[in-house]
Design a protein around this ligand. Sequence first.
Ligand code: SF4
Length: 346
Amino acid sequence: MSKQIMVAGLAIGGGAPVTIQSMTNTKTEDIEATVAQIRRLCAAGCDIVRVAVPNKAAAKAIGAIKAQTDCPIVADIHFDYRLALESVAAGADKIRLNPGNIGGEERVKAVAMACAQKGVPIRIGVNGGSLEKPLLQRYGGVTPEALVESALSHIALLNRYDFDDICVSLKASHVPLTMAAYRLMWERTQYPLHLGVTEAGTLHMGTIKSAMGIGGLLAMGIGDTLRVTLTADPVEEVYLARDILKAAGLRRDGPELISCPTCGRTNIDLIPLAQEVERRLEDVQKPITVAVMGCSVNGPGEASAADVGIAGGNGIGILFRKGEIVRTVPQEELVDALMELIHGMN
Ligand code: SF4
C-alpha cells in the first residue's frame, strides 16, 4: 500500500478513496474568474484544483481564492522557487514542482522547509516532454526507466532535507509508456501516485487515452489520485474522471448510465434519448444504475440489474424498475417520467 499524504485534510494514498483533480485555465490572478471555475469544477465532483502560478500576482491570489472556496488548492510552479515560497505563504495546500529544476541546493532546502513548516506536500511532476538531457542520452529517449529515474532524483533532493511528504506523477502522451512508468514506480517506491496521460488531446481521443491509461492502471490497483487532461472545458475532465473511477469500480457517488447498442428491434430513437438522459443525470448524485434500452421485448430483462430504466415500445415508452415494468408513457414524455421516478427514489 502506498504512503499517505494529506492535502488540506484530504488523504491521498494509503488506501484512501482515489481523488479527482483538475486545473483551472483562467488567469489565476483573475480571482473572480478563477473562483467561479473552481466552483464549477467542485460542483462536477472535483476534489482538488491546481492553479498555474507563473508570476507573483498569481501566487498572492491564492490567499483570496482560498478565502472564497473550500477546495484544496495546488500551486503549479515551474523553475522559480520564490513563487513556491509565495504560494505556501499565501496558503496553497500543495505545491507541484520539480526540485531538480529550481536551481540549486539552497533553493530546494528553502522550499522543503517552508512546506514542512506548514504541512504542505509536494507533487513531483515528471513529464516525458521535459525530461533531463543526461537521462535522455543515457536511456536513448523517453523510457519508463528514464521517467522513474528522474522522479527518484527529484525525490532524493527533497529527502536530503528530511522532506518526504511527496506524491509523484510520471506523465507522457504515449499511453503504454505512461503505464509502464507508473508500474515501475509503483514496484520501486511507496509514494502515492498521481495518475495522468499528458496532452491526451481533444475530447474524443483524450477520453480513449485517459480511460486506457488511467483506467488500466487503476484496474491493476495502481494510483491514488488522478487528473484527466483534455483540450476542452476542464469540467469535462472531471466528468470523465468520475466515469473512469466508476468504470474501474472505485466510485459509486453518482448514477451510472447503461444503454443498449441498438439493433433491428429498436423501437425508439435511442441515441438522442440516451444523450438526453446522460445530460440530465449530470446533476443527480444518487448511486443508481439507469438503463436506456431500445425495445420493450428485451430491454427490461437485459437491464434487470439497473435500478430504473426506460425502453422503446410500439409507439409508446416503457418505464421500468429492477426489470419490472412500472407503466407506459408517450415516448415524448419518457425522459421526464424517468427523472420524476429517479427524483422520488430514496
Ligand atoms: S434492448 Fe432491444 S433494441 Fe436494444 S439491443 Fe437489446 S434487443 Fe436490440
